[in-house]
Design a protein around this ligand. Structure first.
Ligand code: CTP
Ligand code: MG
Length: 383
């Protein structure tokens, strides 16, 4: 029955991770971090509605998030206040089951969700827990004191509750709790701890991005790489479009679409990596709907096909081959445009240029060529 509500708290500022954009909205394995949790929760057969709690104020990606969940709502100063905002944004009975999850834990598996909900059949609350494996020391006194780690647990999210229990407990608690269990554990409620998972770790610091990417891709297939090549002939015109950037030139490039050799080569590289034919198979030049088309559409289509096949772009490298126009002044703009279109970090996008020393068709300035390679990492399989 799809009656369970999932609340994803994504209203933090991510101070400790740094990097400008809050960590939960930064790219991770080809998606925004928060999208991983939203997909895992909304895909589960028991979950009906998902809520994403976002930071207050100007937040320009709201639309993107609305596509991932049922309700987007603004959070508060503390995590507890954000959870309360998420709970209040839904209409629910006191005994509706609710899962509360950190957006900063993208490695959520289907089996964890299933086990938590099963545990609620016999308990008031449930959460994933991990043992402590390092030695533990109390540093508060003058000398170190060893702490018995055997009874200690590290608690992850999602944490599962009944709606009425958790909402009233949070409202009656101090607003700076470290997690939601803290609100009910002193109330004599029964709590089931299920076995947590390493990949459910929280991204807290910058270096955790690398750690979580590794954990989420550990059990998956080898990466893929593909290459692409494209040529267009110069013709009448006063500008060319390269990697989405319009550059003034003595000629234009002749083509059915916008003749963007950089993005065409990259589209082929992505299709090549997943062995899905070439750009002509997907966007036949004979089809009038692609006349003067923005090549960004081709690129996004290839990325979507790769994602459906279970792969995310890791990095791309494009080389533009011509005597003129000069590419260098536009190179950073091309990288930024490509990175933003594909939702990749800037340092995963390279654009280079070369002449052919006056040799061949590019040397004779009859046209331009572009080549590209792309490496794709395998996405964690839905389990
Ligand atoms: N969170 C929230 N509202 C807040 C604070 C935190 O929704 N006022 C969310 C975060 O977005 C995150 C989760 O709670 O998904 C766990 O919090 P944490 O890892 O501490 O994230 P931040 O508070 O954003 O990071 P930092 O403490 O480093 O600033
Ligand atoms: Mg915090």
């Amino acid at each position: 029955m799809k009656s369970t509500i999932a609340i994803i708290v994504a209203a933090g500022t991510g101070e400790r991770a740094g990097g400008g954009t809050p960590k939960q909205f930064r790219p991770l394995l080809g998606r925004q971090m928060v999208a991983w949790s939203a997909l895992a929760l909304s895909r589960h057969p028991s979950i009906g509605r998902t809520v994403i709690v976002v930071p207050k104020g100007a937040y320009n990606q709201r639309q993107e998030l609305e596509a991932l969940c049922d309700i987007v709502v603004e959070g508060g100063e503390t995590r507890s206040q954000s959870v309360i905002a998420g709970l209040k944004a839904t209409e629910a009975n006191d005994d509706t089951l609710v899962l509360i999850h950190d957006a900063a834990r993208p490695g959520l598996s289907q089996s964890i969700i299933t086990e938590l909900l099963a545990a609620l059949e016999t308990h008031d609350a449930a959460a994933p827990a991990m043992t402590v494996d390092d030695a533990l020391k109390d540093t508060s006194g003058d000398t170190l004191k060893t702490i018995d780690r055997a009874p200690l647990r590290r608690i992850q999210t999602p944490q599962a509750f009944r709606y009425g229990d958790i909402l009233s407990a949070l409202i009656d608690s101090p607003q700076d709790l470290v997690d939601d269990l803290a609100a009910i554990e002193a109330m004599g409620k029964s709590v089931a701890l299920i076995q947590g998972e390493a990949r459910l770790a929280k991204v807290t610091y910058e270096e955790d991005f690398e750690m979580i990417s590794r954990l989420m891709t550990q059990q998956v297939r080898a990466p893929r790489m593909g290459t692409g090549f494209d040529v267009h002939q110069f013709g009448p015109g006063d500008q060319v479009t390269l990697c989405g950037i319009k550059i003034p030139h003595t000629h234009g490039l002749i083509g059915h679409s916008d003749a963007d050799i950089g993005w065409h080569a990259l589209t082929d590289a992505i299709l090549g990596a997943v062995a899905m034919g070439d750009i002509g198979d997907h966007f036949p030049p004979s089809d009038p709907q692609w006349k003067d088309a923005d090549s960004g559409k081709f690129l996004l289509h290839a990325q979507r096909l790769a994602s459906e096949a279970g792969y995310a772009l890791a990095n791309v490298d494009i080389t533009l081959i011509c005597e003129a126009p000069k590419i260098k002044p536009y190179r950073d703009a091309m990288r930024a445009k490509t990175a933003s279109l594909l939702n990749l970090p800037l340092d995963a996008v390279s654009v280079k240029a070369t002449t052919t020393e006056g040799l061949g068709f590019t040397g004779r300035r009859e046209g331009m060529a572009g080549q590209a390679s792309a490496v794709l990492t395998a996405l964690p399989k839905p389990d």
